[in-house]
Design a protein. Structure first.
Length: 288
């Protein structure tokens, strides 16, 4: 969050930021997020990436200024601001609060635009000081949960959230021409992806890594994968990991902790929760 400021200026009530959780070290592709506390005060910022921030804390009175517009309103949990790079924004609050700040790189937006059939040279994302968008809010709460989880779902899930946010930003500026998608993978390309997933289950797979297997952009891959198999790629990987773990449990005496590691889960308890949710049984029950 802090490195996003090309410059910042504060009055005598300087806003102080304290980060609660962040995506640093998670290697999400073109997407970062930070959950932080902000004190009462005033902050003037200019971002170097597209910024989408969401109110997390209790409702409070906020004054925002951006691109010649001033808005003073009661900001409630789920309210969103959208600020493109290079546009100064002033933010003033009279009480401390908690915010989620998400950042998207130009490369991520270009990738999503390519998949949606949008020419970014003709489309601009404009600043919005207040948005109540159920899809962005859903993404924001999912990002918050992932940042706070002691057992995160991994790079693949983070990449998917970033692409979903990029697509939602671009959706409001779609040209008249419809999106252009390949309907489904060919049988050969789909098998290459499935084989790669099966061979690398223990790895922290990313969308970019899987898309590279068949030389496709991550955003395009994400859409066509779901069209081909009917489930998002991160859900498919989790199901595949569970199937692999179930087979290992049933076939021998390998320690459950080792099976969890070989299957790509964060640890044994993470494997148990996923298995219970999808199969109704725990690893211990399967071994009995």
């Amino acid at each position: 969050m802090w490195q996003e400021r090309a410059w910042a200026r504060h009055d005598d009530r300087e806003m102080v930021f304290s980060m609660r959780a962040g995506s640093g070290g998670r290697y999400w592709n073109g997407f970062d997020a930070f959950l932080y506390e902000a004190s009462a005060g005033r902050s003037e910022q200019e971002f170097v990436r597209h910024n989408v921030s969401m109110q997390i804390g209790r409702p409070l009175l906020v004054t925002s200024r951006c691109n010649g517009e001033t808005l003073r309103r009661l900001q409630a949990p789920g309210d969103v601001k959208i600020v493109p790079p290079g546009i100064p924004r002033v933010w003033e609050t009279e009480a401390a609060t908690i915010k989620l700040s998400m950042y998207l790189t130009p490369a991520l937006l270009h990738s999503a635009a390519e998949t949606m059939g949008i020419n970014l040279d003709r489309v601009a994302i404009v600043p919005k000081l207040h948005v109540r968008d159920p899809r962005i809010e859903h993404i924001g709460w999912a990002v918050k949960a992932e940042l706070e989880s002691s057992e995160p779902l991994g790079r693949l899930y983070g990449d998917s959230l970033g692409l979903a946010l990029a697509a939602q930003l671009l959706r409001n500026y779609r040209p008249a021409a419809g999106a252009r998608y390949d309907d489904r993978f060919s049988r050969r390309r789909l098998q290459r992806v499935i084989d790669y997933i099966n061979e690398h289950l223990a790895h922290d797979l990313s969308l970019a890594e899987l898309a590279n297997v068949i030389d496709m952009s991550p955003s395009h891959f994400k859409v066509v994968f779901k069209r081909s198999l009917g489930v998002p790629v991160h859900q498919y990987v989790i199901r595949t990991r569970i199937e692999y773990a179930v087979n290992l449990i049933a076939s021998g005496k390998t320690p459950l902790s080792q099976i969890a590691q070989q299957s790509g889960f964060a640890n044994q308890s993470h494997m148990a929760r996923c298995m219970k949710r999808l199969t109704g049984r725990t690893p211990a029950a399967l071994r009995c």
